[in-house]
Write a protein that binds this ligand. Sequence first.
Ligand SMILES: O=C(O)C(=O)C[C@]1(C(=O)O)C=C[C@@H](O)C=C1
Length: 412
Amino acid sequence: MPSLPVRPLEKPLKLSFISRLLALPALLLTLTTQGAPVYVQAGPGSFNHAALDLLAARNHMDYQRFYSGTPAHTYTSAAQAQTWAFSALANSTIEGQLVPAIVDAMRSYQVTELSAAVHMPIEMCVFGLNKTGKITHAASHPAALKQIARWLSAHQLQAKPVPKGTNEAARLLAADQFDQNTVAVGSCALKAVYPELTLRETGIQDNADNHTLFGLMKMEKRPQPISEDEARSALAHVVDQANVLINTRTDSAKALFSHINQRLAQMQPVALFKAQKHRPIEDLSREAVVLSKALEQAQQQCLDTGSVKAFFQAQMDAAKAIQYRYRAQWLSEGVPNQEADLTQLRNTLNQLGAAILQTLTTHLAQHGNLTTELKPVFLAALNTDNLTVQDKQRLYQALQSVRRVENCQATD
Ligand SMILES: O=C(O)C(=O)C[C@]1(C(=O)O)C=C[C@@H](O)C=C1
């Protein structure tokens, strides 16, 4: 993001407070917002809705949501009720990234606390009244229509701007206010709001790198509105703070993913040892040892043992899949003539298993559950040979299901 001049704020955004918040474990932050009322920009089925779903999934709870339309209305309501506001802050496809309507709202409102941030890919979905009928018109918010210009022209479609929002476009379609040949385009979250509509296409946005940054914030009315330039600086500063939150969370997840990858990287020499000794790949008695070590540690660290067991089994299944692929490869290429020592390798696997659970425990305590937000990071971090995308998907599914046990005292 181009660096915007960040001027000192007239009331310095209680930034010392924000910095203190950033230093605290995120769980503490989320505990303060548990089940809390949140004024949410836009409406049900919007990108804000989908982004707040991600935040709720991190904390395994939901907020009391009040969808509030425009940013100005959202901030006014949240400031009056002295509770949380959730809105977009920046979008990667906008020049300068700052969302204009937010800049405008920040002229009259300032952020006094930033509790959490979500960085979400903007995926546009197409909804119709039927599955295969001819499409002639696409209805959506003007800003969304701008982001699907290529798709519109490739299909020679007429745009139907609905300034009230993507949700309104879908509502009108579902209420038979458009004809059969019109589709509504918006967040894929609309699916949950209008189940009667048919999902016709996904991911039609022009720009593959279309991300929006959202923030969960406390707001205060400014004594005097500030200029647009000042509001830009104020928002840029909040965006910086939000990015710190996102990066801290991503780095914590990367440490965990790196240990998982290192464990899988041991499977080439493990397979080699077994190929040289003509031993079978699957060793169920060793698997029982791996599981019992993991479960003992999970219990000590207040992790839910059922979900840890499923994840460790998924890791061992992926481990076996990697080894079988090497064995198949070596049938034609011959078994490499390198040394491998299974006892030593298993010691390394024990250490990595413990490190995986330790970093997972820390991540869950400080940053909440893993959700689909971090899946692309996971897929990129796992680069072990002979591991397929399907293996990775299954592993992530199991990993993101691991939960902490509430009201549990760690014993290690
Ligand atoms: O220790 C081994 O023999 C391995 O192949 C590793 C591993 C594991 O992932 O821990 C994988 C498959 C076996 O069935 C047992 C354990």
